[in-house]
Design a protein around this ligand. Structure first.
Ligand code: ADP
Ligand code: ADP
Length: 232
């Protein structure tokens, strides 16, 4: 699903000082894998996730996701990629949600952008994240944990093959964290979605197929795990 070779990302700060956030990173992720990325603050985890999600472009190297080379994509192709191939979940999703629209309307938006209007699917997704009773509440009326679940429904709206999550349980209570965990398990096991999660949460990393550590913009070590999810 992901083939990342010698990936380099350089940020220019004030057109002068350069930060080399990724320094020739190699990473392969198989289709259907559920993998974790760990590493200390500033090691390049978010930068990598942003590259994978097409939010920003690599400076050099090779990056192929689902057979598409992200380095050679036109802007238009990149927009399509973001809408159709990947789903993105952040720790703090407030930026992606529109407070005065209802939960259902928020979930419909990405489908509208993709040329589809699917009220029924929006409802189905919100039921899947346990918000069937909150469909017509405005976002501003929902708790933080509920908003996080709406954000997950949004990320899934266009049936992404790859789900990217940056500290998805970092800001939520344990109950919501468990719901999110169950959801990842379902998506991975039942729907075959490939999932890459940046996290410090041991409860989450324990459940992954594989955990890769990033250090100074490079992959530094790798831990293989049993697939805990299958044991339950
Ligand atoms: P992590 O997610 O592991 O904390 P990041 O990918 O956010 O690490 O950051 C890696 C390095 O790149 C850090 O030195 C950070 O300061 C720098 N960096 C990240 N984003 C930007 C940006 N938009 N402009 C300049 N430097 C950045
Ligand atoms: P932090 O790493 O400080 O917890 P976030 O998890 O909110 O911050 O964001 C992680 C990375 O994703 C950052 O590099 C940020 O620029 C990017 N990001 C977060 N939200 C969005 C968004 N809505 N659109 C684009 N990029 C985002």
């Amino acid at each position: 699903m992901i083939e990342c070779k010698n990936l380099v990302k350089i940020y220019k700060v004030d057109n002068e000082l350069e930060v080399m956030a990724l320094q020739g990173l190699d990473l392969t992720v198989e289709k259907g894998e559920l993998m974790g990325i760990i590493g200390s603050s500033g090691s390049g985890k978010s930068t990598l996730l942003n590259m994978l999600g097409g939010l920003d472009r690599p400076s050099a190297g090779n990056l192929i996701v689902d057979g598409q080379s992200l380095l050679n994509m036109s802007d238009k192709e990149l927009v399509q990629y973001k809408l159709q191939t990947v789903g993105f979940i952040w720790q703090n999703n407030a930026r992606n949600l529109i407070p005065y629209l209802t939960a259902r309307q928020n979930v419909e938006l990405p489908m509208l952008l993709n040329g589809k209007r699917k009220k029924a699917r929006a409802i189905e997704l919100l039921e899947m994240v346990g918000l069937g009773h909150r469909l017509n509440n405005r976002l501003s009326e929902l708790s933080g944990g509920e908003q996080q679940r709406v954000a997950i429904a949004i990320a899934l709206a266009n049936q992404p093959k790859l789900l990217l999550a940056d500290e998805p349980t970092g800001n939520v209570d344990t109950k919501t964290a468990d719901i999110i965990l169950d959801l990842f398990r379902y998506l991975n096991n039942e729907l075959g979605v490939t999932i890459v999660i940046v996290t410090h949460d041991m409860k989450l990393t324990k459940k992954m197929d594989r955990v890769v550590a990033i250090r100074d913009g490079k992959t530094s070590s790798e831990i293989l795990r049993r697939k805990f999810f299958d044991e339950q």
